[in-house]
Design a protein around this ligand. Structure first.
Ligand SMILES: [Zn+2]
Length: 407
């Protein structure tokens, strides 16, 4: 079996040029012009490869290679949308490699026994609306009725309007649901530096991390910055700063893959000459097991309460969002491992800290993911890159995995 690396790279370049931004990177927001051109381009490649193409009600593109024995399809692919100034590989690699893998398999072994499908997921990134996983949620039938009218982009356009502009009918969304899928395998860049630092070229995802979003409000007292002695202050920001430090420490002590990030912080009244009276900040915590996620959350709550009490500050912690971890299916992990060993490729088991469509599709079929290294761990930026040899290796192991599952 031969992977056409030149074709793979050319297709990645073509997609990256669609929605190119003046200061680098590409932006392909859901149902935008660049998004539509990119979907058309992939559809064209699918037709060239003689796949049967179908677009579902939300605009996911499916390319199907029939299986001689029928049965439920084995699916591979990824998302076509990008963040602003997105890189060349996030999402695009899974699509281009998935198509390349199916083409390589057909060339080498002819028709599969089970149907093979290449999936272009219309949206995963929340690229235009606050709707992460719009494409995969449609596939598992998890979009609530009325959702398309609720979401608005920054310009005020509803998701339903945006769909109509692309010739899609929001009332048909339930028709995108599929109950006939056997497996979904996605090749993705790691978007971190675990593989690179371990000098391993292929990661097998064990679990997509669960997470908790907290909102912490620290209340003190706004006072004159010149007249209030240090010992008489209730400075909310000084208290919050201690909490931020302690939160990072909690996750660091817990060890990998636990992570905790304070990414947003608002100071009130936000004046140079006023002691901060109130600070509101967010915490994003992630871990591989639900129990561990909860323990970490408890630990963070406890330490923030202690710090607030010591300083005479008020404290409120609200849970904004809780998402359980999603384990990858043992069968698919085994198939990936077996595929890698056929090629004498060393693998590393790792937890995905980022969310992926596989976590949504897991409710309908067996799912698994392979990661290739991200140079310097960079992603969601124009510097996003992976060595050519790793792109080839990832695509080859993906193809062998599909071979295990569909032939
Ligand atoms: Zn992605």
């Amino acid at each position: 079996m031969r992977i056409d690396l030149t074709l793979l790279e050319r297709r990645l370049d073509e997609l990256y040029a669609i929605g190119a931004e003046p200061d680098g990177g590409a932006y392909r927001p859901l149902y935008g012009e660049a998004w539509a051109v990119a979907c058309d381009r992939v559809e064209h490649w699918m037709r060239e490869a003689e796949l049967t193409v179908h677009r579902d009600a939300v605009g996911n593109v499916w390319g199907r290679l029939e299986g001689s024995g029928g049965g439920k399809p084995v699916v591979t692919g990824s998302h076509i949308d990008t963040v602003r100034r997105g890189g060349r590989l996030d999402g695009a690699l899974g699509i281009v490699a998935g198509l390349g893998a199916v083409q390589a398999l057909e060339a080498a072994y002819g028709a599969p026994q089970r149907p093979l499908e290449v999936l272009v997921v219309c949206e995963e990134e929340g690229s235009r609306f606050n709707t992460n996983f719009w494409g995969s949620r449609a596939i598992v039938g998890a979009i609530q009725s009325g959702e398309a009218d609720r979401w608005r982009d920054p310009a005020g356009v509803t998701l339903a309007q945006a769909m109509r502009e692309r010739g899609l009918d929001p009332s048909q969304i339930p028709a995108a649901a599929r109950s006939d899928l056997d497996a979904f395998v996605e090749l993705h860049i790691e978007q971190g530096s675990v593989l690179e630092s371990a000098e391993v070229a292929l990661g097998v995802v064990t679990t997509i991390a669960g997470g908790v979003h907290l909102q912490v409000t620290v209340s003190g007292r706004a006072d004159h910055a010149g007249t209030t002695p240090m010992d008489l202050r209730l400075d909310a920001l000084v208290g919050a700063a201690a909490m931020v430090e302690a939160i990072a420490h909690c996750a660091a002590v817990e060890g990998r893959p636990a992570v905790a990030t304070v990414g947003k912080l608002r100071v009130e009244p936000d004046q140079i000459n006023v002691v901060p009276g109130r600070v509101v900040f967010t915490v994003d915590l992630r871990h591989a097991a639900l129990e561990a996620c909860r323990n970490l959350t408890q630990g963070i709550r406890g330490i923030c309460e202690t710090l607030a009490t010591e300083r005479g500050l008020g404290l409120e912690i609200a849970t904004l969002h809780e998402r359980p971890p999603v384990p990858m299916h043992a069968d698919i992990r085994t198939a990936i491992e077996a595929a890698a060993s056929e090629d004498d490729v060393t693998t590393m088991a790792l937890v995905s800290g980022a969310g992926h469509d596989a976590q949504i599709l897991a409710s309908r079929c067996r799912v698994g993911m392979l990661f290739v290294p991200s140079n310097d761990g960079r992603s969601h930026c124009p510097e996003e890159a992976t060595d050519r040899s790793d792109l080839e290796l990832g695509t080859r192991v993906l193809a062998r995995t599909l071979h295990q599952l569909a032939y």
